[in-house]
Design a protein around this ligand. Structure first.
Ligand code: NAD
Length: 321
């Protein structure tokens, strides 16, 4: 089997490779060629950690495996390690033998950014020019860099609950040669595309803060109880997701569903748009909303891609196992 350590991922994986892997696996999910297995997530009663597995099988890409890991809230202060820790394990689908072990931390950020980028590619208006960011934490800079590659944006605007973090977004915008402006939430009405990536448990972005024709990628809500946008916004929008079962249970749509504002049948898998079985955006005035909940198959897809790159570049560590 091969080992691709966390430290090697940064030099191997590109945003384009992550985008291609995620777009392909979303398509396979919608055509029934790939499925995610039920997620396990448990408080282990040690170090206040939350630990779990996300697994699946992509028959089209012949990728079988799981991501194991979770959240250790004291890592940073006690040990100087990041709090989110994960490792991806891949298995040979023909034999069940272990095939690869891959560092999953950077890959998680890249595959999450790739998911919102896939949604922008397929759902945002072609003439989108202003990108709005809500959130300025660890994931946000990855989201911003990837999104800027999807349209000819000429400005980035941002809001964050902790405004002192916004200079991180300004830096990324400036690297791309774009102006950055900090705005209040009503100021988001200027945005053509909005990415929301916070750990909030109450909505920041209200339906009245969004203009007709906007595409919104809600990427932060991945757990029961979390919420980034007003449920009424989902009723105003056409809603897409990576996986409907997760969207209605742990994604942003959980609240609109619970309040009876939308039904499960109103939510479309993004893979159907990629495959051309759903037309996606219907008009320039429609609000589209992607509920990106994060599925195991995304992790497996980018891990398989990075293993191929590591083998090709001679940096995969081969062990007899
Ligand atoms: P982080 O801790 O680095 O940043 C958290 C962000 O949320 C910051 O911008 C912070 O200011 C903001 N925030 C905190 N409290 C808030 C509040 N009450 N209201 C509004 N904003 C608030 O976290 P991160 O690593 O950037 O992750 C952000 C979120 O994305 C988390 O909820 C995480 O679980 C989720 N996530 C989702 C996926 C996915 O696939 N969908 C993948 C990775 C992470």
């Amino acid at each position: 089997m091969y080992i691709v350590p966390e430290r090697a991922i940064g030099d191997l994986m590109t945003r384009q490779a992550a985008f291609d892997a995620v777009e392909k696996v979303f398509a396979a999910m919608a055509s029934g060629d790939a499925c995610n297995f039920p997620v396990v997530r448990e408080a282990i009663g040690h170090e206040d950690a939350l630990y779990g597995f996300k697994g699946g099988f992509d028959r089209a890409g012949q990728v079988l495996g799981l991501k194991a890991g979770g959240y250790w809230p004291h890592n940073l202060e006690k040990r100087g390690l990041i709090n989110h820790q994960s490792t991806v394990f891949l298995f040979d689908p023909d034999t069940g033998r272990a095939k690869a072990m891959v560092g999953g931390n950077l890959l998680t950020a890249l595959r999450t950014a790739a998911a919102s980028s896939v949604s922008i590619k397929h759902l945002a208006r072609g003439d989108a020019r202003i990108l709005g960011m809500i959130g300025a934490g660890h994931q946000a800079t990855f989201q911003l860099r990837a999104a800027l590659e999807q349209r000819r944006f000429d400005k980035v605007i941002g809001w964050n609950y902790h405004p002192e973090m916004l200079p991180k977004l300004a830096e990324v915008a400036e690297e791309a040669g774009l102006p950055f402006e900090a705005v209040d939430l009503p100021g988001m009405r200027a945005a053509d595309v909005i990415i929301s990536i916070t750990s909030a448990f109450a909505p920041s972005l209200m339906a009245e803060h969004v203009s007709p024709g906007t595409h919104i990628a809600c990427m932060g809500t991945d757990t029961r109880g979390k919420q980034e946008v007003e449920a009424a916004l989902l009723a105003r929008a056409r809603v897409f997701t990576d996986e409907v079962a997760q969207s209605i249970s742990i994604g942003e749509a959980q609240h609109a569903i619970a309040q009876g504002l939308i039904a499960e049948a109103d939510i479309t898998q993004i893979g159907a748009v990629i495959n051309g079985t759903d037309p996606g955006r219907a008009s320039d005035d429609e609000i589209t909303l992607f509920d990106g909940t994060g599925v195991g198959l995304q992790d497996l897809a980018v891990a398989a891609s990075v293993v191929d790159l590591a083998i090709a570049q001679g940096v995969a560590i081969k062990v007899d196992f």
